[in-house]
Design a protein around this ligand. Structure first.
Ligand code: UD1
Length: 422
């Protein structure tokens, strides 16, 4: 079993380059299958979720090759076969093959998607959207196999009960080649959705309004070859900025789009943390005093749920009591137990409310990653702690942070992955 070992308390300086956004690329790779022929996706991050998607794409008879961060996908010989349970369960984003294969073949067979255990994670909004477009959904309660089938895919007016990122993108996929116009109301506005709509439009789709709460898709007959560059990962950027605020000395986080993390930078201002934005580089240093603040996670452009857990580590060093409320997922406080083991003073009111009393010196401990962003929070804590931290279940972390160990060692951290016999 692999574990991350961190000898904490080192000051980090130098530059960290941010990779392409995980939540964009996990939709762009399935989207490539919509094109007849070849597509090129550049700035693809080196994360294990990427590889899980390559395995699904290959199982569908699609050719994939990669050179550094450039991925070529050729769907000329695509076959619409069942996506096995094993492949479907490897990651949450496997659900994007539903929208893509519906658009292309009006028929999909796959299993309930996997992903981190951060909540119930239903897909009812995706399915309701498909049904409004004329899709018949069959679900086997025992095997969790889904068969989605439509005689015709028809444009529809779909108002989402919640601005779900996944449902917005999936319905957008299905609508690209449907007959007529689809309007998604209360659509999610995350920046990744614009990146994906740009890719689809480059293929010849007719989508307007991505990035706003109303997206309109006029169905077209077919989609053609295109290329796209993945936008920078705002969550990876936010995580390194939080690390910089804890242990940085002029740490430069490069390749960021500052407009995508306004909510995070505003919180830094409230906390009294100095940072400097120059184009797409943000320079940040360890803050002398951190003001306590309140954080409530919200849909974009609010404070991102994916940065709530890393931010909670920074709040353990604030001078007073902070409040952290998670509103998107039911199960995003699993890391708190481990932060407290490291010396933090966090009271959990329930699964979504935490009171963080600071400042508390952190010390190394042996701890477990329970999900991707919770795991990242433990890495952040290990870097700030005195002594050695050993983190197990690191697969969660590697799903979403490319070259984590290399990037951190390059700026002066003492962090490595070791193989341990169980
Ligand atoms: C995406 C991101 C994830 C991020 C989340 C919220 C990807 C691959 N993952 O996840 O990192 O934390 O957005 O910003 O892009 N919901 C339903 N029914 C549905 C769909 C969602 O009830 O059919 C609920 C979920 O349980 C959750 C909320 O809506 O409480 C948000 O989910 P959603 O925005 O869909 O998240 P994902 O797309 O899965």
């Amino acid at each position: 079993m692999e574990k991350i070992i961190i000898n904490g308390g080192k000051t980090l300086s130098g530059s960290i380059q941010i990779g392409g956004a995980k939540n964009s690329v996990v939709a762009l790779i399935p989207a490539a299958l919509l094109a007849e022929g070849k597509t090129v996706i550049s700035n693809v991050p080196n994360i294990t979720d990427r590889d899980a998607l390559f395995n699904i794409v290959k199982a569908l008879g699609v050719k994939v090759s990669k050179e550094d961060t450039i991925v070529n996908i050729d769907s000329t010989n695509i076959k619409n076969v069942e996506i096995s349970e094993e492949l479907s369960k490897k990651l949450r984003a496997s659900y994007y093959f539903m929208g893509v294969l519906l658009a292309k073949y009006k028929h999909v067979e796959m299993y309930f998607p996997g992903g981190c255990n951060i909540g119930a994670r239903p897909i009812d909004l995706h399915l309701k959207g498909f049904e409004a477009m004329g899709v018949k959904v069959s679900h086997d309660e025992e095997t969790h196999k889904y068969i989605l089938d439509a005689k015709k895919l028809k444009g529809a007016k779909i108002s989402l009960d919640f601005a779900s990122v996944g449902a917005t993108i999936n319905i957008m996929f299905a609508a690209t080649m449907a007959e007529g116009t689809t309007v998604i109301e209360n659509a999610a506005k995350e920046t990744e959705i614009i990146n994906i709509a740009d890719f689809l439009n480059a293929m010849g789709a007719d989508i307007t309004g991505a990035g706003t709460s109303t997206i309109k898709i006029n169905g077209v007959k077919k989609l053609h070859s295109a290329s796209i560059s993945v936008i920078p990962d705002r969550i990876e950027a936010g995580t390194y900025l939080i690390i910089g605020a804890l242990v940085g000395d002029n740490l430069k986080v490069c390749g960021v789009n500052p407009d995508h993390i306004t909510a995070v930078l505003n919180k830094f201002k409230d906390m009294g943390i100095d940072y400097k934005v120059e184009g797409n580089i943000i320079t940040i240093s360890k803050a002398k005093i951190i003001n306590p603040i309140n954080i409530t996670t919200l849909v974009y452009p609010g404070f991102p749920t994916d940065l709530g857990q890393p931010m909670s580590v920074l709040l353990t060093q604030a001078d007073g009591t902070s409040y952290f409320e998670e509103t998107i997922w039911e199960n995003r406080m699993q890391h708190v137990e481990y932060l407290n083991k490291m010396g933090a003073n966090i009271e959990l009111k329930d699964n979504s409310h935490a009171v963080i009393n600071g400042p508390s010196p952190l010390h190394g401990a042996s701890i477990n990653a329970t999900d991707l962003r919770g795991g990242a929070a433990l890495v952040v804590a290990g870097l700030a702690a005195d002594g050695q931290t050993i983190i197990s279940n690191i697969d969660y972390i590697l799903r979403g942070y490319e070259n984590l160990i290399i990037k951190l060692n390059n700026v002066g951290a003492d962090i490595q992955i070791i193989n341990v016999d169980e």
